[in-house]
Design a protein around this ligand. Structure first.
Ligand SMILES: Nc1ncnc2c1ncn2[C@@H]1O[C@H](COP(=O)(O)OP(=O)(O)OP(=O)(O)O)[C@@H](O)[C@H]1O
Length: 745
């Protein structure tokens, strides 16, 4: 939209869409076409802003219309036809292009509803009379004659300019005056006629365009400027006579139509000679429209007046050429005079010089009158024909308009469809590429799926194995849990048992203590000191001499020992127990065995044998290897009881062996305690009441029966031995085996 601010007044021209410069000439004269008055002449050249719409000669660019590049990889799939802006200027039909100024080849154009518009028509096609083809140039043959024709309405000759130009040059005489309207200081030559700068005008503005500059045709210069507005031309210096007026029109403002934007009338000598002229509707924009040979009668008084009056919008004219009517001649001059006389009411008769001349003039006048009547009749007929042609033209024009609009809609629809097809093609291309990518992705996914399937199979096998292992683990866990539970239960039972054991132990200890007390009370009841008598059997010597045993053992069962005397009275001795010669070592030990228990109960016990030499003390206490004596058996019993009590008590046992010989104490476990070697002197000291101790006595720690017995044997072997009369191997000393027991819990 071009918006031109002219001295505070805003003129909006929504239809100036061409890329032209427009000069708005503002004249000094008052110009009240739109109610404004201009006091100062100025010329303002305004560049019409370039519209966003598509220019007529511009190739339609699909991507630009779509808003994206069709070659772009960014594919847009159109769901519907692309929207093409309707601006009425989407494309310049070819027939209009062919009607460019100076195109001598374009003689006419045709509009065919079934063949479209091709701008050119051949005579053959005209001859075939293709329906509904309208050859517009053929509609107005009368306009090419030199007869005076008053065009009542839009009966416009649409003949091509060159053809008109030829007629213009051939039929007309020399122009009296030619004006380049709007070109104030520009003289141009068009059709061999020199058009002077614009003058003789009253009112109006000047409009200019550079749109035709690219044509390179000099004739177009006439149409680069125009006078616009309600204006008139007044030529006062013309000689009286009949003139032909050629009017040059071109639409240089409403270049994109539509028709009906500018409709105006033309008055010559205040008689309407053109009615309802719409240049754009007739020839389009930038196309010359020449209306030639408009008759004008000029008298001496008024001159020539040409006035343009707008019906819709402002009139426009590019050039005016006034020529004498060379064919009018004298008769025409007389007719002009008569016409003037009729108009002015002058009925004075024509003065004649002589009679013959009068007759000649009258004859000539009659001839002219007949000629005039014929021409008038012909004119009436022509008017009728013209009227019928005009109606037909209006009808055809209406059809053409409708066809043109329909064609443009079809073209637009075709363009939209083409664009849509193009977008679909690119969409398909994109889809094909997308499909290719999808296939590629599908292949990759298939390979991955196979690999995943293999991996899944492998994992399934591993999972089954893991399930088996898990079952085993579960079973094992169950077993472990049950074992743990069992262990817990056992531990609990153990704790209970330990608790019970502790309780039992305490009870046992209490019982043991009680038993010990009772046991020792029994022993005390039996006697703390008990004396037994053992009689040895007779030895070989005694048997050899015929000796016999003088003891009566019949009463020995009651503890009484009766010694039979050879003739002397019997002697009776009382003992706790008496062992006959038949009593073996085990039977003797039975009486001393309880003392082992008393020792481990913490009591001091002493077992010793007393008797004459050779009576069997050593045999009873030590015995032989085959028949162990009391010492050996007591030690065995001691270790047995210790073993029985090892869960309750801990015992430490040490042994010492000493000898009392010649009132001296000798440690038999010392290595030096050998016969003949001076022994260390030991003394017996009382450490407590009833308790004696020999300081410095060797105490050998033993842990078993064998060790204890070996130590005791070592000491026994170290005894001082000798022989007596009664005993070949008499020990001649007192040997003491000491067994010390330390007990604890
Ligand atoms: N009950 C017995 N049965 C068989 N033989 C015996 C018995 N008592 C002692 N004798 C034997 O009598 C002999 C003398 O015994 P033994 O040496 O034990 O007497 P003793 O009392 O120790 O003598 P001394 O005091 O002189 O050492 C030994 O040969 C021994 O074997």
């Amino acid at each position: 939209m071009a918006e031109i601010d002219l001295r505070g007044k805003t003129i909006k021209d929504s239809f100036c869409r061409d890329q032209c410069f427009e000069e708005v000439g503002i004249e000094d004269e008052a110009f009240d076409n739109e109610g404004f008055s201009w006091r100062k002449k100025s010329l303002k050249k305004v560049r019409i802003e370039e519209s966003n719409d598509i220019l007529p000669n511009e190739t339609m660019n699909g991507p630009s219309m779509l808003g994206f590049s069709l070659t772009s990889p960014d594919l847009v799939i159109c769901a519907d036809s692309p929207v093409i802006p309707h601006n009425g200027t989407a494309e310049t039909p070819d027939f209009i292009k062919n009607l460019k100024c100076g195109n001598a080849m374009a003689s006419s154009f045709k509009i065919s509803l079934d063949k479209g518009i091709d701008g050119m028509i051949s005579e053959e096609e005209i001859a075939r009379d293709e329906t509904p083809v309208t050859k517009i140039s053929a509609l107005f043959p009368e306009l090419q004659t030199s007869k005076q024709i008053r065009i009542s309405r839009a009966s416009i000759d649409l003949a091509e300019s060159s053809r008109t130009t030829d007629k213009f040059q051939n039929d007309l005489g020399l122009p009296v005056i030619s004006i380049n309207s709007g070109g104030r200081d520009e003289a141009v030559i068009y059709g061999g006629i020199d058009f002077k700068g614009d003058s003789y005008f009253v009112g109006g503005n000047v409009m200019r365009t550079e749109a035709w500059a690219s044509e390179g045709e000099g004739d177009c210069a006439l149409y680069r400027s125009a006078r616009v507005g309600n204006f008139s031309y007044k030529f006062e210096s013309l000689e009286p006579g009949i003139y032909n007026v050629d009017l040059h029109f071109a639409e240089i403002i409403f270049t994109h139509g539509p028709p009906g934007m500018r409709v105006f009338d033309v008055f010559i000598q205040e008689e309407k000679v053109i009615s309802g002229l719409d240049v754009y509707a007739q020839v389009g924009s930038h196309k010359p429209l020449i209306l030639p040979d408009l008759k004008a009668f000029v008298n001496e008084k008024n001159g020539l007046s040409i006035r343009f009056e707008g019906v819709i919008g402002s009139p426009i004219v590019c050039g005016i050429s006034v020529k004498r009517d060379s064919q009018a001649g004298f008769g025409s001059m007389e007719f002009l005079k008569e016409k003037e006389s009729a108009q002015m009411g002058d009925h004075e008769p024509i003065e004649v010089a002589n009679g013959s001349t009068k007759f000649a003039v009258e004859g000539e006048l009659e001839k002219l009158q007949r000629n005039y009547e014929l021409q008038h009749k012909e004119l009436m007929e022509t008017k009728k024909v013209l009227e019928s042609v005009r109606r037909e033209h209006d009808m055809k024009n209406k059809e053409c308009q409708e066809a043109w609009m329909s064609l443009r809609e079809l073209q637009n629809e075709l363009m939209r469809k083409s664009m849509h097809v193009g977008s679909l093609a690119y969409a398909i291309e994109g889809q094909v590429k997308e499909k290719s990518r999808w296939f590629s992705s599908l292949r990759d996914l298939s390979r991955k799926f196979k690999l995943l399937k293999l991996e899944h199979s492998k994992l399934s096998n591993e999972a089954s194995e893991w399930n088996k292992g898990l079952a085993d683990m579960t079973e094992m866990a169950t077993y472990i849990q049950s074992t743990i539970n069992h262990k817990v239960e056992l531990e609990k039972e153990k704790m209970d048992l330990e608790k019970e054991h502790s309780e039992l132990k305490l009870k046992f200890i209490e019982g043991a203590n009680e038993r010990k007390e009772l046991y020792n009370k029994v022993l005390e009841l039996k006697g703390n000191i008990r004396v037994s008598c053992r009689c040895r059997p007779l030895n070989y010597e005694e048997i050899a001499v015929g000796a016999s045993i003088a003891i009566d053992f019949e009463s020995a069962k009651d503890g009484e020992l009766i010694v039979k005397g050879n003739g002397a009275p019997k002697k009776v001795f009382k003992f706790d127990s008496i062992f006959s010669p038949q009593a073996n070592q085990a039977e003797v030990f039975e009486d001393t065995a309880p003392f082992a228990t008393s020792v481990l109960d913490g009591y001091n016990v002493c077992i010793f044998a007393y008797g004459q030499t050779g009576t069997g003390k050593t045999f009873t206490m030590e015995g032989t290897e085959e028949a162990r004596g009391v010492n050996y058996r007591t030690l065995e019993e001691l270790f047995r009881i210790m073993k029985d009590r090892e869960q309750l008590y801990r015992y430490e046992i040490s042994v010492s062996v000493l000898e009392v010989y010649n009132e001296q104490i000798r440690d038999l476990l010392l290595p030096t305690s050998q016969p003949g070697v001076a022994a260390k002197r030991l003394e017996i000291r009382q450490v407590a009441e009833g308790t004696h101790h020999v300081p410095g006595l060797v105490e050998a720690r033993v842990s078993s029966m064998s060790e204890a017995w070996e130590v005791l044997q070592t000491g026994s072997n170290a005894r001082a031995v000798g022989s007596t009369n009664a005993n070949e191997h008499s020990s001649r000393s007192h040997c003491i085996h000491c067994v010390m027991v330390k007990g604890g819990i």
